[in-house]
Design a protein around this ligand. Structure first.
Ligand SMILES: C[S@@+](CC[C@H](N)C(=O)[O-])C[C@H]1O[C@@H](n2cnc3c(N)ncnc32)[C@H](O)[C@@H]1O
Length: 276
């Protein structure tokens, strides 16, 4: 529990929603008319941001009317995008209460209440009944999960037979410990990186089949290098993920890139299925 609180505090404390709205206004975006496209530079809060969510959308068989679970839903950008694009219902869960509050208020702001709903909780003990969902995903969450077998077991439990599941994450690379700070940990505490092959074994152990791993390191590196170049040229956009990453954002981005280049991390997208 102490670890859960530390992980949650690491991600977000205080009035996250208020900070997002203030920065929105500073960037010239009117909160009364804001669109999910305008929110995208901030609310797809993972490596490569919105383009990575689009890649995930292409990799999974989302359909209209499906009920989908987003484990570690953050401030809800991916959930809103997928619900809008595919006409599905997305239920998010996140361990960071200020993110859940921001997610639901942003959903309200863009008029999507009823299509997306987020609750506070831990992916290692999901507050959902068995076989509730047609599909699920967890983008950039598992780096913080100590009981990965339990986390995958819970995902498996709440999915219907035949449902799809996917994760994206920074796996552990072969070249030794990553440099910190990183988005998920300031100094290595609360970080539980695992090699992609160990993750595949745990997914398989939880019962998932048709497991497909795609390396995403080159794409992430390109995204991080673009962000570094903008920062070096003094062109950081006003409305960007640095609002959520905090004052260490420039160092975090440099380390994330360096870790991939030095093979200390091994970013992947993994898709799989619960057998029928
Ligand atoms: C990098 S953010 C990704 C947010 C969102 N998935 C996205 O892509 O925009 C990582 C998120 O994982 C959440 N998280 C970490 N451990 C968790 C757990 N055990 N259960 C649920 N959420 C968790 C954090 O609170 C944070 O919102």
């Amino acid at each position: 529990m102490a670890d859960s609180r530390n992980i949650s505090d690491h991600w977000g404390t205080g009035d996250v929603y208020g900070r997002i709205v203030e920065t929105m206004k500073a960037a010239g975006i009117d909160p009364d008319t804001v669109t999910i496209e305008q929110l995208a530079p901030v609310d797809h809060f993972h490596a490569r941001g919105f383009p990575a969510t689009q890649d995930l959308a292409e990799a999974l068989p989302f359909r209209e009317g499906q009920r989908i679970v987003d484990i570690g839903s953050g401030i809800g950008g991916p959930a809103r995008y997928l619900a809008r694009r595919f006409g599905c219902q997305v239920e998010g869960i996140d361990i960071t209460a200020p993110f859940v509050d921001a997610a639901n208020r942003l959903t309200d702001l863009v008029g999507m209440t009823g299509h997306v709903a987020c609750v506070h909780g831990d992916g290692q003990a999901l507050p959902f009944e068995d076989e509730r969902f047609d599909g699920g995903y967890s983008q950039h969450v598992t780096m913080n999960v100590p009981d990965r077998a339990g986390f995958f077991g819970e995902a498996f439990r709440v999915l219907k037979p035949g449902a799809f599941f996917a994760i994206t994450e920074h796996g552990l690379g072969p070249a030794g410990d990553p440099h910190h700070p990183l988005p998920w940990s300031e100094d290595g505490s609360g970080a539980y990186l695992m090699t992609p092959s160990d993750t595949v074994s745990l997914l398989s152990g939880a019962g998932f089949t048709e497991i497909e791993v795609t390396d995403t390191g080159d794409k992430y590196l390109e995204g991080y290098n673009k962000a570094i170049e903008l920062a070096e040229n003094g062109q950081v956009p006003v409305f960007g993920v640095h609002i959520l990453l905090g004052r260490q954002a420039p160092q975090i981005v440099r380390n994330a890139a360096r870790n991939i280049a030095e093979r200390r991390t091994h970013p992947v997208q993994i898709v799989c299925r619960k057998p029928v």
